[in-house]
Design a protein around this ligand. Structure first.
Ligand code: SF4
Length: 340
């Protein structure tokens, strides 16, 4: 299976420092010329919690190193260069950090910090380590950047937000954003979805209904145990996810187990992260349904492990596996054909 091996942060000096995050984005934008950068308004508040993190992204994942960085690591002189080469599997077509027995990256030190940053500086990180836990969605004239729920610090930040999320331009310049017509249509649909989701005068179930109506989707009618069977059929990483699913199977029906504001933030996250993929695969309706399904799975799992851990687990098990996402979209698509 291809898990988008999001990896380690330990670009700690960047992620722990909002001004550096900003510089990082400026550099990014220069590289990706002309693209405007949009982020949710909580983005700059993110801080990696390093050694306090119970599920460090430097642990348990196979961390892929991009070719350019692998080449760079091959040529680092001295003792640290030797250590790098001893602890990297320079495979054909793809290089990875070799994990220690406890599945930690060999460069994660006892203080939860990255020895690569300490020895070579933050610019020396491979792409995946420099990015995590960020994700990016590209459009013709802009890139939208968010924080992934698989990071426990990001999950707390996202789910604890009390005010409505607003997307903000990270770099405000004079240039007009060039938006082709098909993206204009998408943004106006998504704005309508966000408006429905953030309409706090309505209960969250009604907001989801409105959102699905706008997108033309319908959650397939399956029992909790039927959904659990589907999720157990997907590829899984952590034993704890399997245990949560097995417990969840005993539930009679889906429910909303958090307050409405947390529920809204969860749904907003999934729409922000996944709906735009519909521009490429045409599955706008299915992606809206996926947001609702993800929401319900996390809500029901939260009864076992709490909302932050449920969100983190779901995200790392499902969102970070393109195969799992595809499999769910396919199941939803089949049912929605009947609906349409
Ligand atoms: S998962 Fe998040 S908080 Fe934990 S080490 Fe990685 S970036 Fe830091």
């Amino acid at each position: 299976m291809f898990f988008i091996k999001n990896l380690s942060p330990k670009c700690l000096s960047v992620v722990k420092n909002p001004p550096l995050c900003y510089i990082y984005l400026v550099v990014l934008r220069r590289r990706v010329k002309k693209l405007k950068v949009f982020v949710p308004d909580y983005y700059l508040d993110f801080e990696c919690i390093a050694e306090k993190c119970r599920h460090s992204c430097c642990k348990g994942w196979e961390i892929e190193i991009d070719d350019e960085t692998a080449q760079y690591y091959k040529n680092i002189p001295g003792e640290f260069g030797e250590k790098l080469r001893r602890n990297i599997d320079f495979g054909e077509g793809c290089s990875n950090f070799i994990l220690c027995e406890n599945e930690c990256c060999s460069f994660l030190n006892e203080k939860g910090l990255c020895d690569i940053i300490i020895n070579l500086g933050e610019d020396s990180l491979c792409q995946i380590c420099a990015d995590h836990p960020r994700f990016r969605n590209y459009f013709e004239g802009r890139v939208e950047i968010g924080l992934g729920l698989c990071c426990e610090a990001a999950a707390v930040l996202i789910l604890d937000k009390k005010t409505k999320v607003v997307l903000e331009a990270m770099i405000d310049d004079e240039d007009e954003e060039e938006i082709p017509d098909y993206e204009k249509a998408f943004f106006s649909l998504r704005d309508a979805v966000f408006e429905a989701l953030q309409n706090r005068s309505m209960p969250i179930e009604k907001r989801m209904e409105a959102m699905l109506k706008i997108c033309g989707g319908k959650l397939p009618e399956k029992s909790v145990s039927e959904w659990v069977k589907i999720f157990l059929g997907l590829e899984r990483l952590e034993e704890s996810w399997t245990k949560v699913l097995e417990h969840v199977a005993e539930e009679e029906s889906f429910c909303v187990s958090t307050d409405e504001v947390t529920a809204e933030q969860l749904l907003y996250y999934f729409i922000f992260r996944h709906l735009s993929g519909g521009l490429f695969d045409g599955r706008i309706a299915e992606r809206a349904v996926l947001a609702v399904l993800s929401f319900y799975m996390i809500q029901i799992a939260a009864k076992q492990v709490g909302i932050y851990e449920a969100a983190r687990l779901y995200s790392s098990e499902i969102e970070y596996s393109s195969e799992n996402i595809e499999a769910l979209l396919e199941i939803i698509a089949l049912e929605n054909e009947v609906f349409l």
